[in-house]
Design a protein. Structure first.
Length: 53
């Protein structure tokens, strides 16, 4: 991509591919680590205390 001989149309296509791959990597990383919402869903609930309300 850094070559002076790279055509503009090729550079545009390569840039598009890099963006797509970057998005996929981010999605895979999030799926592997889990986001805050999925972590909260996995947390056990505490016992309900009606006097705390």
């Amino acid at each position: 991509m850094e070559s002076e001989n790279t055509l503009a149309r090729d550079l545009a296509a390569l840039t598009r591919q890099v963006r797509e791959i970057s998005k996929e990597i981010d999605q895979l990383s999030t799926a592997a680590e889990g986001d805050d919402l999925s972590k909260a869903a996995e947390t056990d609930d505490e016992a309900f205390d009606p006097y705390a309300v």
